[in-house]
Design a protein around this ligand. Sequence first.
Ligand code: NAG
Ligand code: NAG
Ligand code: NAG
Ligand code: NAG
Ligand code: NAG
Length: 393
Amino acid sequence: MVLCFKLLFGPTAAIFLSAVVILSCFTNVPYLQVSYTDELSHSSYLAPAPVVPRCDIFRGEWVPDPDSPQYTNETCDFIQEHQNCMRYGRPDLDFLKWRWKPDACDLPRFDPHRFLQVVRNKSLAFVGDSLARNHMQSLFCLLAKVEKAKDVSVTDRTDPNMILYYEGYNVTMYLFWSPFLVRSEEVADQPGVFRLYLDEPDDKWLSVASRFDYVLLSGANWFTRQSYFYERRQLVGGMYVALNFTSSLTNRHSHRMAFRTALRALAADARFRGKVILRTLSPMSHFEGGAYDKGGDCRRTRPYRANETAPMGGLELEFYTSQLEEFREAKGLDVVLMDPTAAMLMRPDGHPSRYGHWPDEKRTMYNDCIHWCLPGPIDAWNDMLLHMLSDSN
Ligand SMILES: *[C@@H]1O[C@H](CO)[C@@H](O)[C@H](O)[C@H]1NC(C)=O
Ligand SMILES: *[C@@H]1O[C@H](CO)[C@@H](O)[C@H](O)[C@H]1NC(C)=O
Ligand SMILES: *[C@@H]1O[C@H](CO)[C@@H](O)[C@H](O)[C@H]1NC(C)=O
Ligand SMILES: *[C@@H]1O[C@H](CO)[C@@H](O)[C@H](O)[C@H]1NC(C)=O
Ligand SMILES: *[C@@H]1O[C@H](CO)[C@@H](O)[C@H](O)[C@H]1NC(C)=O
């Protein structure tokens, strides 16, 4: 109970504890109703400075919200095809009618004016995979009410890297396709198999990092692909590939090392003065009735409550735990943790499922239970982001 108290009320305490404790806390324990005065009464008379209790915005429930969604497929023209669930005829739109409510406070819905004011004259970089893009496009859609960004990408739209500019506020957002965070290359004669240089950051974004006021780092899913691991330019192991030596390294290692290398590289870059936002993973476990390529699907139409949500396990939990640990270990860096994982575990209803394409289209992942519909629950990531950015300014 004491642990849970700390977890719910002390975000800094939370990161020092293992994910298991955190999860058992929000899945099993009824929420403690502790008023702020309980906490304040411990302070001595010598501590007159106002103690503003900080709320853990990452632990809570989804509550009904008749005012959602804040945009539609008609008001936002930047929705990635496969996440445009309205367009592809998703029949139940109840999944849009929820907002994220932290246990100990209220998280206001995204205010586009406020966001642009907070980041005026600043630049943000989203570094990661298609979920980083999903996140950035949600932000774009939410901001579109106030200002539509100019697409100033140096390459065409098929390139997964993107640059958006908000002229009215002088805000630039970059998307860097860097699903492994470290340098990687596809093996020429083995499509879909990657070489990961685990101790070399991906220069594509690192070489320009000094330009960014905020860098959002994320990743997880791509580490489940076939890959060779290199350290000091030597092959040291691999995942789902044949090696002619024995190695005990798995993708737990590659995933952890990638985060470590990315964080250390930013810390070592003297010109980088920005804030790093490490975003924990988006659930990989929402397929039901089979794996993604074995007919698994996500057809739920309502969020889970916290007490109905199965705790994470297996690879997902290990990846999540190592993200918390690498965050905690990061030195010499202004880094904060953005931890929407628990909230998203409760949203098996928010994925495109089979509404990310027309029914007769062939797809490797026919039922998409990885990405998030736009609009959809991923919009809450920007409620969280705005809260975090305003908090730190
Ligand atoms: C938006 O979704 C509706 C169905 O809800 C669909 O009829 C329309 O074509 C979609 N528009 C765009 C621009 O995707
Ligand atoms: C933004 O930059 C302009 C031009 O450098 C400056 O006049 C303005 O005060 C800045 N605004 C903020 C909020 O930093
Ligand atoms: C935009 O912001 C940058 C800082 O990020 C500043 O150097 C520049 O002067 C600003 N430009 C305008 C037009 O405000
Ligand atoms: C093992 O790998 C080395 C280095 O890549 C290569 O030179 C050698 O031929 C390989 N041996 C076998 C049996 O595949
Ligand atoms: C979960 O919590 C709600 C509200 O507190 C309660 O009504 C419900 O019975 C609980 N469900 C389970 C499975 O414990």
